[in-house]
Design a protein around this ligand. Structure first.
Ligand code: HEM
Length: 531
């Protein structure tokens, strides 16, 4: 009995110390080694503390920025402004220091490339296109990783879909999915875009007729873009799509609304309720998508083959067992990825566009004129929207000033040499798109002004560096949905401009905020007039 007891005690202590050693190794020794290696290579940055890294300082700077912006907005009518119309006199496009106040502050002491820490995870901050170019030039798309901390955190949203897939798995998925986004397949989706947008605009007309001219266009457009992507992805009734949509939205809020301690060991234990809530929502979404996929597989309806899921299932049928097939689990993850990555970004591009056009009514007129010239005088010919060049400039300028994806992330899966510096394997990278898009050194002194004509003769808007304009990311991992977005953007905006003129409502308060995407923090209220 005594011997058995001793054996049990020893094996318990052995396992206990083994676990402690593993925790210490991964949370303390490995990050410590990485820190030394980065320092030896000349990377500097704000001093981290164990185990929070720079979270404490991030939260402090954020709080200070909130206090100073609320006191300046209550006292000032003199804030710097690039706006020109009434109701918008306090709106400034100079947003970097308010959406990323900590990066803006650290840039002043550490430059445009530095190391900061989220918990025990090192992040290389990059807002220098030269550095980015050097870094990206020697690495193939498939050799990049996505930060494991975010993968884990966002697993309920994207699973291992294309946004998160890596290596050969990513190559295979990209190869299978790319044809679904061909111009011919996209064209087939234009009528559903017109249908959903017209429904939204009829509702706006009814609201205006009942005396309500103020509309929160962000809420409206996000719902419509959700409907469009649900139909484009699964081709199903909006009812099922809206269930997925509501649950995804709830999950996004659960995961991103509060202060989170990304990278801090065991941080999920700080808010177990949220972790469980997100997991449950994730399971419910998966179950809904599984039923949608099953219905698709059983359907012989030609219509469903034209949506993205139908097109992916067709690849399965055509390729049979040739190894290209996506498993049902992978299809679920890709559907979540399309749905999540595809509706909010496009909706935000449109919403920020309406704000900037409301501030610049002369551009509303320029675009209306172009619509008449290109798509016809009486009936709009939607097959011609691709020819709306000036609208394309406006889209690029909006994506520059208010990029819906405000950053791009990578993780090194091997040591990477940039000039005489070495980025160690495992280092995360955080590319600050907002900073580069607003940098006067890249765009000139008018960097914060809305000037769509920058894009007239130059795809990069006259930016002094091709890696300085990254609304859709870069390299082999560039956004697969950018053509779908461009088409949806032009159709929706054409329909809105053809029926309404608009100005900024006095109730609108400009507060761009990050909730994964760059969004208006307090909705986007405009005053609409039928034309
Ligand atoms: C204004 C609209 C959009 C913006 C600003 C946007 C932005 C981005 C960005 C910045 C990336 C990351 C690229 C990188 O890591 O280098 C990306 C990737 C991706 N986007 Fe979009 N996106 C938009 C619309 C869409 C749409 C409509 C879809 C699909 C329906 C979509 C699906 C994806 C997918 C699947 C990826 C991962 C590509 C890969 O890693 O191979 N996006 N997007």
């Amino acid at each position: 009995m005594g011997v058995l007891f001793q054996v049990l005690i020893f094996s318990f202590l052995g396992s206990f110390f083994n676990v402690i050693w593993r925790i210490l190794f991964s949370c303390w020794i490995l990050p410590g080694r990485a820190h030394m290696k980065l320092k030896k290579n000349g990377f500097r940055g704000p001093t981290p503390n164990f185990p929070l890294g720079n979270h404490g300082e991030i939260n402090r700077i954020r709080r200070e920025a909130t206090v100073s912006s609320s006191s300046s907005s209550s006292s000032s009518s003199s804030s710097s402004s690039s706006s020109s119309s009434s109701g918008s006199s306090k709106i400034s496009n100079d947003i970097h220091s308010s959406v990323f106040p900590y990066f803006s502050q650290w840039q002043k002491s550490h430059g445009k490339v530095f190391i900061y820490w989220l918990g025990t995870e090192p992040f290389l901050y990059i807002a220098d296109p030269d550095f980015l170019k050097e870094m990206a030039s020697g690495v193939m798309g498939k050799s990049w990783g996505k930060p494991r901390v975010f993968k884990h955190d966002r697993e309920p949203m994207f699973g291992n879909g294309l946004v998160m897939a890596e290596g050969d798995e990513w190559v295979r998925h990209r190869h299978v999915i790319t044809p679904a986004f061909s111009p011919a397949n996209l064209k087939a989706m234009s009528s559903l875009m017109v249908e959903s947008t017209t429904k939204m605009l009829d509702k706006w007309t009814a609201l205006i007729n009942s005396g309500n001219h103020e509309i929160d266009v962000e809420r409206e457009i996000t719902a419509t873009a959700g409907e469009i992507i649900a139909k484009a992805s699964f081709g199903i009734s909006y009812e099922n799509g809206s269930k997925v949509f509501e649950k995804l939205r709830a999950m996004q809020i659960t995961l991103f609304k509060s202060n989170r301690y990304v990278g801090v060991p065991f941080s999920k234990l700080i808010s177990p309720k949220k972790t469980i809530e997100a997991k449950n929502l994730g399971n419910e979404i998966d179950a809904l998508l599984l039923s949608i996929i099953k219905a698709h597989k059983n359907s012989n309806d030609g219509r469903s083959q034209k949506d993205l899921l139908g097109l992916l299932l067709q690849v399965d049928r055509v390729n049979g067992m040739s190894g290209k097939m996506l498993t049902t689990r992978q299809l679920v993850d890709e559907c979540k990825t399309f749905f999540f990555g595809g509706h909010e970004t496009t909706a935000l591009a449109l919403s920020w566009t309406l704000l900037l056009l409301a501030m610049h009514p002369e551009w509303q007129n320029i675009l209306r004129e172009e619509i008449r010239e290109v798509t016809g005088d009486k009936e709009i010919d939607f097959t011609k929207v691709a020819g709306l060049k000036k609208m394309g400039w406006v889209m690029n300028e909006v994506l520059r000033l208010y990029p819906p994806s405000p950053n791009v992330q990578r993780q090194a899966r091997e040591d990477i040499r940039v000039n005489d510096l070495l980025i160690p394997n495992g280092t995360n990278m955080w590319i600050d798109v907002v900073a580069m898009h607003h940098d006067p050194k890249l765009w000139g002194e008018d960097a914060n002004e809305f000037k769509p004509e920058r894009f007239k003769d130059d795809l990069y808007g006259g930016c002094r560096h091709k890696m300085g304009f990254l609304p859709f990311g870069f390299g082999g991992r560039m956004c697969i949905g950018r053509n779908l977005t461009a088409m949806e953007y032009k159709i929706v905006l054409t329909l809105i401009l053809s029926r309404f003129s608009f100005s900024v409502s006095p109730t609108y308060s400009h507060s761009p905020a990050i909730l994964l995407s760059l969004r208006p923090g307090n909705g986007l209220q405009l005053i609409l007039q039928p034309i």
